[in-house]
Design a protein around this ligand. Structure first.
Ligand SMILES: [Zn+2]
Length: 265
């Protein structure tokens, strides 16, 4: 599952490439998109902005139209100059937005739809998102309230729940819990307020760090091989205390969780 910080960077890159430009060509293999395009053509509209909301990308167009996409597991947006060879095969293209200078191609994008602004608050996914960790006006009190409402669940699952807080994926989940010194399988009801608040502030900090940096990094080090504290390091010594890092598969999609049994009691 892509992390919110990589979606945020993708949205920033699209925004830089497309903002203010006029759509010259729109193509899609998705019938619902083509139907809307037929009735309310994309061509000729100005791209006003591209932004991330949690793991969703919203492209706002003149004339009150929004192109909403979500990458799920395998989708991605690429940005090309016209005439440049694409890095993925054409059969994986789901939609394409071209301006005079740029071709934005959505490969394997599983969720794509047109919305109008008034749809957003009652949208089944967008309307239910928790506070966005990368939003400058992030509401920590509301985030804590939503975490607390999930009393019986483990904190690791709650961190991944986009309705509680938007943005955290599986890699950052393990990293945030390590830095905050919280055991991933702890029930929320057993956590102190201090632990919850520390975890929220660590989550915001790590997400912001990753948006600024070139790749995902949670561990400040000169060694480019050692970018993460625990994720993917099962059986290796903890970078802080030397205890072997543990890992466990959970959930229907068998996602791996990593933690240090000593640093995260
Ligand atoms: Zn440790």
């Amino acid at each position: 599952m892509p992390e919110g910080d990589s979606i945020f960077r993708a949205a920033q890159a699209l925004d830089r490439a497309l903002r203010g430009a006029v759509v010259e060509r729109f193509e899609s293999v998705l019938p619902a998109l083509m139907r809307v395009d037929y009735d309310h053509p994309m061509r000729g509209r100005t791209i006003e902005s591209v932004s991330a909301r949690g793991k969703h990308i919203l492209m706002a167009l003149s004339g009150n139209l929004i192109l909403h996409t979500h990458m799920r597991m395998n989708g991605s947006w690429h940005i090309y100059r016209p005439g440049v060879r694409w890095r993925r095969p054409a059969r994986e293209v789901r939609l394409l937005v071209a301006t005079a200078n740029v071709v934005a191609v959505g490969f394997n994008v599983p969720v794509a739809e047109f919305l109008v602004p008034r749809d957003l608050p009652r949208h089944r996914e967008l309307g239910a998102l928790g506070p966005d960790l990368l939003d400058p006006s992030f509401d920590a009190t509301e985030a804590r309230r939503r975490i607390r409402a999930s009393m019986g669940e483990t904190i690791g699952d709650v961190l991944l729940n986009q309705r509680v807080m938007a943005g955290v994926g599986n890699v950052l989940k393990s990293e945030i819990l390590f830095v905050a010194a919280v055991h991933p399988f702890m029930r929320v009801g057993n956590l102190a307020d201090l632990d919850v608040d520390r975890m929220i502030s660590v989550a915001r900090k790590l997400m912001a760090m990753n948006v600024r940096g070139s790749g995902r990094q949670t561990h400040a080090s000169m060694n480019p091989q050692s970018k993460l504290w625990v994720y993917g390091r099962g059986g290796l010594p903890c970078r802080r205390c030397g205890t072997p890092i543990q890992s466990r598969k959970t959930g229907v999609d068998a996602r791996l969780t990593y933690w240090c049994p000593r640093c995260q009691p």
